[in-house]
Design a protein around this ligand. Structure first.
Ligand SMILES: [Zn+2]
Length: 116
């Protein structure tokens, strides 16, 4: 899976015509069919909701916390690496980090959230 990772942050796209944002990025706006431009996302966001995963697809090792984070103009799902379910609250601030996938041996870069 190819992720929209650009250096140490994430990218979304913005419709050049209507201004709608997309994550993961899309090449074309589904509403206007206009081309999009890539935009860099902020490195911090706010937790909108979260859950704890106990049964995984095998790519990640449960249990772990996943959150939907408002990151600038888009909502981004991700794993919160430094918190348990009981540590989390809606409205928490998290930072984005990009590093090698800590759940796999393969050299695969992934992004995570770190609760502040
Ligand atoms: Zn559009």
């Amino acid at each position: 899976m190819s992720l929209p990772i650009r250096g140490d942050t994430l990218a979304a796209s913005r419709c050049a015509k209507c201004g709608a944002h997309f994550f993961p990025p899309r090449h074309r706006c589904p509403s206007c069919m206009a081309d999009t431009v890539e935009v860099e996302l902020p490195r911090e966001g706010t937790v909108l909701t979260f859950s704890e995963v106990h049964v995984s697809n095998g790519r990640f090792r449960p249990p772990y916390v996943v959150a939907i984070v408002e990151l600038g103009p888009v909502r981004v799902p991700g794993i919160v690496i430094n918190a348990t379910y009981d540590d989390m609250e809606i409205g928490d601030r998290v930072a984005v980090i990009v590093e090698r996938n800590r759940y796999l041996d393969e050299p695969d870069v992934w992004y995570y959230f770190v609760k502040k």
